[in-house]
Design a protein around this ligand. Sequence first.
Ligand SMILES: *Cc1c(COP(=O)(O)O)cnc(C)c1O
Length: 358
Amino acid sequence: MKGLIRAQVSAAAIQANLQRIRAQAPGRRVLAVIKANAYGHGLLPVARCLAGADALAVARLEEALLLRAAGITAPVVLLEGVFTNEEMAEAVAGRLDFVVHDEEQLRLLEQAPGGAPDSTVWMKIDTGMNRLGFAEQVADAALQRLEAASNRIAGIRLMTHFACADDRASRMTREQLQRFDRLVASRSYERSLANSAAVLSEPDSLGDWVRPGIALYGVSPFAGELGRDLGLQPAMRLTSTVITVRDVPAGETVGYAGAWRSARDSRIAIVAAGYGDGLPWSLPSGATVIIGGRPLPLAGRVSMDMIAVDVTGTLVATGDEVVLWGPEQPVELQARAAGTIPYELLCAVSQRVPLRVS
Ligand SMILES: *Cc1c(COP(=O)(O)O)cnc(C)c1O
């Protein structure tokens, strides 16, 4: 693959992670979440390597239409639904399934000329997230309206979303689970509650459909845990290249703001990776990358196109490969060092980084 920096994505890892999720949720169906360019792993190639999932989910209509244009015929769910009559018409024409999460979306469906005969509608009920979904008090009335339109659609499913499933100590997940069970007790539609964290930690939440995202990419949804501790395989390996090595005498500074000062005569490798590629500016001096199998510390600030690495005492040379994250350098640890979550780092891998899924 060409390019100084590149993201190599393992299809085998993604498929193994799907199997890991299936083992955790036996007999349940899997709605594989591939929003945000498959968490930065490449929408179309990841969709193709997830042919073993039961359905695919994205957040935006544009992503769903890209899947259809690429000839992907699997069920595709719009997790936030549609927002205008035009979008509804495109969703219907694309045979997309979609969430209905508020009154306005219910109206768009009721008013759609010819209905949405090939679309399964996922009615979203809010059980405490307070983001999307019908509130407890109006959920039943909304569901009755949807049932009144049931001859205009292919089917109904019920869903909710957890706010704190990534916190094993939180009681919120069980509370949301009980609220959801109570609200839908009188109905027999298929149900979906669990994101990756709930699949891996709350067996009572599995329902009929699980909705894993981050776990498919081999990354832990839980702070302080790594994908590999959960039996997952990190799918992305983000690497770049040393573009020069220089000597920096003791006492001199490196990079913008002189944010790092050499305590001794040092050798500094300059690596072609910066925030223009999606490496966060907040990644501090001391955070490590791997060169020649060794973790070596950043020296100074992340620039747009470069980082500096303290390689004093090593044989690191121009042209050497640098692992920014991957199986040997967990993205969870880079995220923690940068004060963010691995989701953000993966989604931020920028367009100029060549991506290969194989
Ligand atoms: C993004 C998303 C998921 C997947 O969440 P992960 O934490 O990545 O597993 C599941 N359900 C909904 C509604 C989502 O928006």
